[in-house]
Design a protein around this ligand. Structure first.
Ligand SMILES: [Zn+2]
Length: 320
């Protein structure tokens, strides 16, 4: 591994016990053991000594309200106290403390965002974050809050950015981000995912390109079940070209590992090398654009070995 950028401390990883609390019990695919699966591999490769590691902190209610509705934030708080029922139609159960745990995930993404914007870090990675299904007014698909959505709003409102890229290589379409910003030209969106005819959430067809003033700022590339590295290699240049055309001021990458072969709930067949390559290319693009700002989030991924390999590969790419 090389350190052409001088110091590995250009890279921030937000991780630790508090972030690990977000997850569901009773054999749910999104269990709280996902953080440890990543962190063991991260330590065994010595990456913890090459990056700055910080614990998360809670996102404030005000932070959450930059993206989510007050009604939904209040509902999440109530269900978090009772620990009863579901947060959506059935995929995302409530549990005691889910509000605090989810606000810590949002806080991790915001902490990394603030470090990058202030120049204290050049790029970052946050495992567990990348909760891309949550909508402004509700939970969905294991996502109680949408940390990416909140970060995009914060980049717009507090930092005045007008071109923010969101790239998503999770097997599932990033519907929570897509529909929240479908008519917002400031959000340059590119999403490779398993075709919605075969996989939750069923959206993200190629003709969904953004609405109104945002028409043409969104790129959705559905792939058939079984799509492998060759299929990724064919589709990926279009993602890079789409981003290049808009010269984004900040790049968010949701690198869900459920697109790697062997995931128990999705059917793409990428190798973990895809995640490494995506991070490497987006890092190069951010550097070419002159700012270097890249924040990767873990996203989905339910095979523990796959997520450990894909996510540590992403961190290694950030360090190259
Ligand atoms: Zn997913």
């Amino acid at each position: 591994m090389t350190h052409s950028s001088g110091s590995g401390f250009d890279t921030l990883v937000v991780a630790g016990e508090r972030l690990a609390r977000y997850g569901f019990g009773d054999g749910h695919p999104f269990g709280t053991d996902r953080h440890a699966a990543f962190y063991r591999e991260f330590e065994s490769r010595g990456l913890d000594r090459q990056v700055r590691v910080l614990p998360t902190r809670a996102a404030s209610r005000e932070d959450l309200l930059s993206f989510h509705t007050a009604e939904y934030v209040d509902l999440l708080r109530e269900r978090s106290v009772s620990g009863q029922g579901c947060l959506d139609a059935g995929d995302t159960p409530a549990y005691r403390g889910v509000y605090e745990a989810a606000a810590d995930v949002v806080g991790a993404t915001l902490l990394a965002t603030e470090f990058i914007m202030s120049g204290q870090a050049r790029r970052g990675f946050v495992p567990i974050a990348g909760l891309h299904h949550a909508a402004r007014a509700g939970a969905a698909g294991f996502c109680a809050l949408n940390d990416c959505g909140v970060a995009i709003e914060v980049l717009k409102r507090r930092h005045g950015l007008t071109r923010i890229a969101y790239v998503d290589i999770d097997a599932h379409h990033g519907d929570g981000v897509f529909y929240a910003f479908e008519d917002d030209p400031a959000v340059v969106f590119a999403d490779l995912h398993e075709d919605g005819r075969y996989l939750y959430p069923g959206t993200g067809s190629a003709d969904e390109i953004g609405r109104g003033a945002a028409r043409g700022t969104k790129l959705n590339i559905p792939l058939p079940p079984g799509a492998d590295d060759a299929a990724f290699g064919k589709a990926w240049p279009a993602v890079l070209a789409h981003l290049e055309a808009f010269e984004p001021e900040f790049i968010l990458l949701q690198c869900g590992a459920d697109s790697v072969a062997g995931d128990p709930i999705a059917h793409l067949r990428f190798s973990a090398g895809v995640h490494r390559e995506a991070a490497r290319d987006l890092k190069s693009l951010a550097e070419r654009l002159g700012h270097g700002r890249l924040l990767a989030t873990g996203g989905g991924g339910y095979h523990r070995g796959n997520l450990a390999e894909a996510w540590t590969g992403v961190v290694e790419s950030l360090l190259e």
